[in-house]
Design a binder for this molecule. Structure first.
Ligand code: HEC
Ligand code: HEC
Ligand code: HEC
Ligand code: HEC
Length: 403
């Protein structure tokens, strides 16, 4: 399988990375030092994987939506399918893939209702509309921003293109020799993965970043849209919602959809069980963080209760987590949020400041948690997680499961 990747690499010059040798050397030295520091500082860190690096936490968030759009290549243009055929096939069965057809291009029912309330026409929904931020993938084609597909790979894994994009480098095990994954030197791998993280790629090791991608869409911040009747949020859980319809862990074996990212398991020795525990806690913290940011911007007394409800629900889940697996990080977040309940449901002039500060603090604890633990210490979480089974949309069940 790996040989095949490489023959293709050589055949396709687009995927070659061009990095000056001197720059590479410096990077390698820096990487080695960093790796040493990391392995000394945190014994919990998996041995061969560089830290779910702090850099990836900042990269894409700081970049504007427009810049992300500019760097988005699209599944076809980037030819993800050439090397990830099973992932693409799995994606094409999801409502993510179908969303533009269902929600943007049929100007009827609730689509028409929400769009009209936002002052958008049928023609608007075909192009660069706010709806397409969540119901599709935008990219620049012929100098114009267009909807190029449903919610695609890069909406979750980060835009891949641009001069410093991750597409070329993420799959190149050597600068100019066709070698296998197993033959790549640890130094090269560390440098490659660091490059990808800095380029905004959200890899499997970055649970915080990946869950953040989901909540950007699955918690709706726009008050006007919510006031028009659009849901404020999905009944979302990061473990269950990545475990069903959306699951596509085929990297090591194209015929087997593993329970956790197969490449990540191979590289780190991590288990699906431990990963679920980490995803459950970090995902819930990110849910809370995102809802707090939406609450910071909310001013409409009719909408605030809906957003505050998400905060209350996430906080409740954290209490269950803390009862089964007590940690100082989750405790700190509960201590922070619980006293806020007195004013959570009422608009106040200082909301923006209060809730932004709280969100920043929750984000810090989430990152700390994801760096400090690997899930092995929390077996008691499993009985809580069991209450959130793999999730499938109704459409998916009708088409693929109930037959
Ligand atoms: C030329 C082949 C090729 C193409 C094209 C390609 N990939 Fe990959 N991809 C790979 C290989 C090989 C790996 C394994 C890399 C490794 O060992 O770290 C990989 C790994 C990944 C991973 C997992 C990384 C991790 O560390 O968890 C993601 C996510 C990914 N690719 C997404 C994409 C997306 C999205 C596209 C299209 C925009 C794409 N790839 C295009 C070959 C390719
Ligand atoms: C912040 C992201 C976001 C934005 C912006 C957004 N949506 Fe949605 N929309 C979602 C999500 C997520 C769902 C699925 C909710 C669920 O879990 O059921 C959804 C569901 C829907 C549905 C199906 C459920 C229903 O209420 O009938 C329609 C129709 C819809 N959106 C239309 C629109 C239109 C039209 C716009 C623009 C005016 C828009 N959306 C903007 C994220 C968004
Ligand atoms: C770009 C926005 C966006 C991102 C990012 C995103 N989603 Fe979605 N997701 C949607 C929208 C919109 C829908 C509803 C589609 C529709 O009904 O048209 C949806 C639907 C779903 C559904 C089906 C739910 C149902 O019951 O119908 C699942 C499962 C899901 N998303 C999981 C995830 C997970 C897990 C992540 C992160 C790893 C994620 N999504 C990231 C926009 C997004
Ligand atoms: C809705 C968000 C979302 C979309 C869309 C998405 N991914 Fe992923 N991807 C994830 C998440 C989350 C994981 C980690 C899954 C886990 O923890 O079980 C992942 C894992 C992966 C992996 C690692 C699998 C392994 O076995 O190691 C690859 C490769 C990958 N994705 C490629 C793709 C490609 C290619 C596409 C587009 C066809 C795509 N992804 C679309 C969210 C997404």
């Amino acid at each position: 399988m790996q040989r095949k990747f490489h023959r293709m690499n050589l055949a396709d010059r687009r995927f070659r990375s061009l990095k000056p040798a001197n720059c590479l050397f410096t990077l390698m030295v820096v990487c080695l030092i960093l790796q040493a520091v990391v392995s000394v500082c945190s014994e919990k860190m998996y041995a061969t994987e560089p830290a779910a690096s702090a850099t990836s936490f900042v990269s894409t968030d700081a970049k504007s939506k427009a810049e992300q759009t500019k760097k988005t290549m699209g599944v076809v243009a980037a030819d993800c399918k050439k090397c990830h055929p099973s992932e693409v096939a799995a994606w094409m069965k999801t409502v993510h893939f179908q969303s533009p057809d269902e929600r943007l291009y049929k100007f009827e029912g609730n689509t028409k209702k929400y769009a009209t309330a936002m002052g958008l026409t049928s023609a608007d929904l075909q192009g660069d509309s706010m709806c397409a931020d969540c119901h599709g993938t935008k990219a620049v084609r012929d100098g114009k921003v267009k909807v190029i597909s449903g919610v695609s790979c890069e909406k979750c894994h980060g835009a891949a293109g641009g001069e410093d994009g991750w597409l070329n480098r993420h799959q190149s095990y050597h600068e100019n020799m066709p070698i296998t994954r197993a033959e790549e030197t640890p130094e090269h791998r560390a440098e490659r993965l660091k490059f990808c993280d800095q380029a905004g790629m959200k890899r499997s090791s970055d649970i915080y970043g990946l869950s953040k991608s989901c909540f950007k869409c699955h918690i709706v911040g726009n008050e006007k849209l919510i006031a028009a009747g659009h849901k404020a949020a999905s009944a979302f859980d990061f473990v269950s919602w990545t475990g069903g319809e959306v699951k596509h862990n085929f990297l090591v074996d194209k015929t087997k959809n593993a329970d956790a990212p197969s490449l990540w398991m191979e590289r780190t020795g991590g288990t699906a069980e431990n990963r679920r525990r980490m995803k459950f806690v970090v995902g819930t913290l990110v849910q809370l963080e995102t809802a707090l940011r939406a609450r910071a911007n909310a001013t409409n007394p009719a909408v605030i209760p809906q957003i505050s409800g998400i905060i209350a629900a996430a906080n409740g889940k954290l209490s269950q987590i803390n009862a089964a697996a007590p940690t100082p990080e989750v405790q700190a977040v509960i201590n922070l949020i619980t006293p806020m309940f007195g004013t959570l449901f009422a608009p106040l002039p200082t909301d923006k400041e209060t809730y932004t500060k709280a969100a920043d603090e929750v984000a810090e604890q989430a990152k700390l948690f994801s760096r400090k633990y690997d899930g092995a210490d929390f077996p008691k979480l499993d009985s809580v997680i069991k209450r959130y089974p793999p999730h499938y949309s109704q459409q998916f069940q009708d088409k693929y499961l109930n037959k």
